[in-house]
Write a new protein. Structure first.
Length: 499
């Protein structure tokens, strides 16, 4: 028995991807929604357990290197797990598990009966791609998994059941393809100059040739490609339509994970492969990211204020929150990287909770328009409590996870002697207060429309995952040990340029 456990532990990095990858065709072959859901949910639970084990092992024992097929790098494909990507693996797999628990009733309400098993197949395939992006130590493999997650995302968004969903999926496909092409060109330039695709090998070889134009061009192509995938302003145009038009479970999963994984890859390439000195001293990446991040913080929040559809409002809010994460990255310090990773983790919890709550509301009233939220505070009190809790976290109110994010971001700005950034962070947070208050006002201070019956809460299978996610926004505002400890360890690792 101990030998079997030892073998499982030795192969955890591979199992992190192989288990959900194997589950995807099984969901397709299942043919029935119920059986497909069981397969997908079981795979997600296994992925979460694997990610938790990897997080524990890397935090206590250091980086894990796994050679696929026994082929040593750089010739073989290497999977590498350290505290940076272990945190991402844990976030993505845990969110997938909770959202899949939310799925049965929501999917039955929003997806055509004949397509529901296909939905679960695409969902678990998207999870596979996101986990693969985080765990791989091969630059080309990042592109492969990026495309797996993106292609499945396009299909999931198109299942929204109306023409706007098809348009949103097509727009996302076009812009996502451009982003992937830019990323691939950058990886190709690196391979041309170094003859390797292994990230650790790239890190060792680039310093000798970093003054060459192809390396600078590779950095530019990769940064633009990942910025488009992460929806960094002004490359965010695909995001509002995608989040607003997708099925509720898809919005919750993608909003909480997809852009966060792209930002992680940006962190990994910038600090591990190219190095902070090259990216922020030889190239003007600091000011480029800082300026775009500040614009995103205000443009996203301003746009959110004027939205009538709450899912679209939350989508524009995500653009502002991506700005906060990018701002932290631009500081190129240990405190900045820690703040970025903490906010990646916490924002994933916020948006998953809010979009799941939108799914509960859509299940009952068939709309996410803000004028239809009137009176729901009394008719759906638990769902509204989840929205308030996650909304307070979004604002950064003390005792919530969002406050921890803002606190570490402010500390990073002050350590960099950029006190004026603190003013901008506070001002943009006040803008977020405006659109969060619009929700509260509609839910609690407006009478329900005439003729609408008491709708009641969504089924417990939807409500409990939503409350769990909302509760985690409070829990991680009180107990910060997991995200903060792993983020600080990851920041030290990235700044040392280790992989």
């Amino acid at each position: 028995m101990s030998g079997l456990i030892g073998d499982l532990l030795a192969h955890l990095p591979a199992l992190q991807v192989v288990v959900p990858l194997a589950a995807a065709p099984l969901c397709l072959l299942a043919g029935r929604a119920g059986l497909a859901w069981i397969i997908a949910f079981t795979a997600a639970v296994a992925a979460t357990a694997t990610a938790a084990a990897l997080a524990y092992l890397t935090f206590h024992n250091g980086t894990i290197s796994y050679h696929m097929g026994g082929w040593a790098p750089p010739w073989g494909i290497e999977y590498v797990v350290d505290t940076a990507n272990a945190l991402i693996l844990l976030l993505v797999s845990a969110i997938a598990t909770v959202v899949l628990a939310f799925c049965p009733a929501s999917v039955a309400r929003e997806i055509r009966p004949g397509s529901q098993h296909l939905f679960y197949c695409m969902f678990i395939l998207c999870l596979t791609g996101l986990l693969g992006i985080a765990v791989t130590g091969d630059a080309f493999n990042v592109f492969v998994f990026l495309e797996i997650s993106s292609l499945s995302s396009y299909a999931l968004i198109a299942m929204g059941g109306h023409r706007k969903a098809l348009t949103a999926a097509f727009q996302y496909l076009i812009m996502g393809t451009i982003g992937a092409t830019f990323f691939l060109i950058g990886v190709g330039l690196l391979y041309m100059m170094t003859g390797t695709l292994n990230m650790a090998d790239l890190q060792a070889r680039i310093p000798a040739i970093q003054d060459s134009r192809p390396v600078a061009a590779a950095m530019a192509f990769i940064t633009v490609g990942l910025a488009l995938k992460a929806a960094l302003f002004p490359l965010h145009l695909w995001l509002p339509n995608a989040y607003a038009s997708a099925p509720s479970a898809v919005s919750a999963f993608i909003a909480a994970t997809a852009t966060k994984v792209s930002l992680y890859v940006l962190l990994r390439f910038t600090f591990t492969i190219f190095g902070a000195n090259f990216a922020f001293l030889n190239l003007p990446l600091h000011w480029v990211l800082l300026v775009l991040a500040v614009i995103a913080m205000f443009a996203g929040s301003f746009s959110a204020i004027f939205q009538r559809d709450v899912k679209r409002m939350l989508a524009y809010s995500s653009i502002a929150q991506i700005g906060y994460i990018t701002l932290a990255i631009s500081l190129a310090s240990s405190a900045g990287i820690s703040a970025a990773l903490i906010h990646i983790f916490n924002h994933g919890l916020m948006k998953a909770a809010l979009f799941c709550a939108m799914g509960c509301i859509f299940y009952r009233i068939g709309s996410t328009r803000i004028e239809h939220f009137a009176g729901l505070g009394r008719q759906m009190p638990w769902t509204m409590t989840a929205i308030v809790a996650a909304g307070l976290s979004l604002l950064g109110v003390p005792l919530t996870a969002g406050f921890i994010s803002k606190w570490y971001l402010v500390q990073a700005a002050l350590q960099a002697d950029l006190w004026w950034l603190v003013i901008l962070i506070a001002a943009s947070s006040l803008l977020a207060l405006v659109y969060v208050w619009r929700l509260v006002e509609a839910m609690y201070f407006k009478a329900p429309p005439a003729g609408r019956e008491d709708v009641g809460e969504a089924p417990l299978s939807m409500l409990l995952p939503t409350l769990l996610l909302a509760g985690l926004n409070i829990y991680f505002g009180l107990d910060t040990r997991l995200p903060v400890a792993m983020a600080e360890s990851a920041a030290a690792l990235l700044l040392r340029g280790q992989m």
